[in-house]
Design a protein around this ligand. Structure first.
Ligand SMILES: Cc1ncc(COP(=O)(O)O)c(C=O)c1O
Length: 435
């Protein structure tokens, strides 16, 4: 059965068993643009933006939905997200430069990161960025000094670490005590940071932020952490902390495999918003404006990676390796944190699975396996494999390992495709090296 739940909204299988994405035949896209290639379904991107904005604003009008650019950004996508009414969260000078190049208004841009460099902070100040989310004492001092030097007062949020475990992979858990991110509430550092922020001459502390990790399939961690952080914030009212903005970050889960059942956006919204309302009422606190930062949940479901099969190696009684022309260079997630994916034979999508295979990449690492022990139809060299739910944290984490050029990206809609990032060339790869 075709795993519709992990594919973009527009995906279907035609009467010839061909996978169709945004009205385009996947095998035609592979022919026209080459493989590997990342295909993004425009309809899914826009629908996901709208669902976050609508589900939150319906019950909490004062919500800003900021796209977490780390999931993947480029100028055309930034403009598309802007059209949908999204704000932006960036974590580097490069992501900031991307939003600037797309003429994104800076007032709803948030700058995150546990070790922003002096250069990046200067770039943020020069761009008149709306918000810096301060993550360390070092950054607080540096930003205060740099803002003073440029004659500015910078609005900031403080990132606190609430010590709530969201039960996801240890590499993507961020809001616990043993984490490089944020000021821990438990150790007293968060309290110290708030006092420092309130007394900083060139900083205007206007709220708190936390991010628990990603992907979070449970609602309870959000409920517990929202309540905890609001109660913590209330302790500083007398000292002058007015919680104008409050952000529980991102981390909203998506389906990677047909077994995954992430909560609908409305459930995340209901949990976060009802907790804010109840806790604020209990504390007699004014309702803050809310900032939500989905990345994966916006672009993840919209993306499908297409690969062409080359070598097939059968080790009798052990394993059959089906090798494709991409791998860990364009999708590091299976190697990095054992992420699992569905795999569909794009030109045989109506055929029954008949054999168990392991889909291997082309990189010189034994760990370069995209999917282990998956059931697929009988495969031959030249067939196209599609890996869905690949829009987030795949192209953005891509590398040129083994001097392999990074894949292109296209947007598909209504039977038309648009190249939004071209394939890297050998010249691109060599252009940085001096001879
Ligand atoms: C501060 C912050 N906000 C938002 C996100 C986005 O998370 P996701 O893509 O899972 O929604 C991250 C991810 O690491 C993050 O660190």
């Amino acid at each position: 059965m075709f795993p519709q739940s992990v594919f973009p909204d527009s995906a279907e299988v035609d009467s010839q068993g061909q996978l169709i994405l945004g009205g385009c035949k996947a095998s035609d896209l592979a022919e026209e643009y080459g493989t590997p290639i990342y295909v993004l379904d425009e309809k899914t991107l826009r629908t996901r933006c709208r669902s976050f904005i609508d589900e939150f604003r319906k019950i909490y009008p004062n919500t800003n939905v900021s796209y977490a650019c780390k999931a993947y950004i480029n100028p055309i996508l930034a403009k598309l997200f802007l059209e949908e009414g999204m704000g932006f969260d960036v974590v580097s000078g490069g992501e900031l430069a991307t939003t600037i190049s797309a003429s994104i208004p800076m007032d709803e841009v948030y700058f995150h990161g546990n070790n922003k460099t002096p250069q990046e902070l200067k770039e943020a100040l020069d761009s008149s960025i709306g918000w810096v989310v301060v993550d360390s004492f070092h950054e607080m001092q540096l930003l205060d000094q740099l803002a003073g030097e440029s004659g500015k007062t910078q609005d900031i949020l403080i990132r606190v670490s609430p010590g709530v475990d969201p039960h996801t992979h240890v590499y993507t858990t961020t809001g616990v005590l043993d984490s490089k991110f944020g000021f821990s509430i438990q150790t007293g550092h968060a309290a110290e940071a708030i006092r420092m922020g309130l007394s900083a001459k060139n900083l205007n502390l206007r709220g708190l932020h936390f991010h628990l990790g990603s992907p979070i399939f449970e609602l309870e961690p959000y409920r517990v952490a929202v309540d905890l952080v609001l109660r913590f914030a209330a302790q500083f009212r007398e000292e002058g902390l007015a919680l104008q903005k409050f952000s529980p970050g991102g981390g909203f889960a998506i389906s990677y495999t047909r077994e995954d059942e992430p909560p609908p956006v409305s459930d995340y919204a209901e949990t976060i918003v009802s907790t804010i309302k109840e806790t604020c009422e209990d504390l007699g606190m004014e309702l803050p404006s809310l900032v939500i930062e989905p990345g994966r949940a916006i672009i993840g479901p919209a993306g499908v990676a297409l690969y062409r099969i080359g070598a097939i190696k059968d080790v009798p009684g052990v394993r059959k390796f089906v090798s494709v022309d991409g791998g860990m260079g364009d999708n590091i997630r299976p190697a990095l944190y054992q992420a699992e994916y569905e795999v569909v034979a794009a030109n045989k999508a109506d055929q029954e699975p008949v054999e168990q295979v392991t889909v291997a990449g082309k990189y010189c690492e034994s760990g370069d396996l995209l999917a282990t022990d998956v059931m697929l139809p009988h495969l031959e060299s030249g067939d196209i494999l599609a890996i869905p739910a690949a829009g987030a944290y795949c192209p953005s984490m891509a590398s040129t390992y083994n001097m392999n050029p990074r894949p292109p990206m296209i947007l598909v809609k209504d039977g038309k495709s648009q190249l939004i990032r071209r394939r890297e060339s050998y010249q691109d790869l060599l252009s940085l090296d001096l001879v």
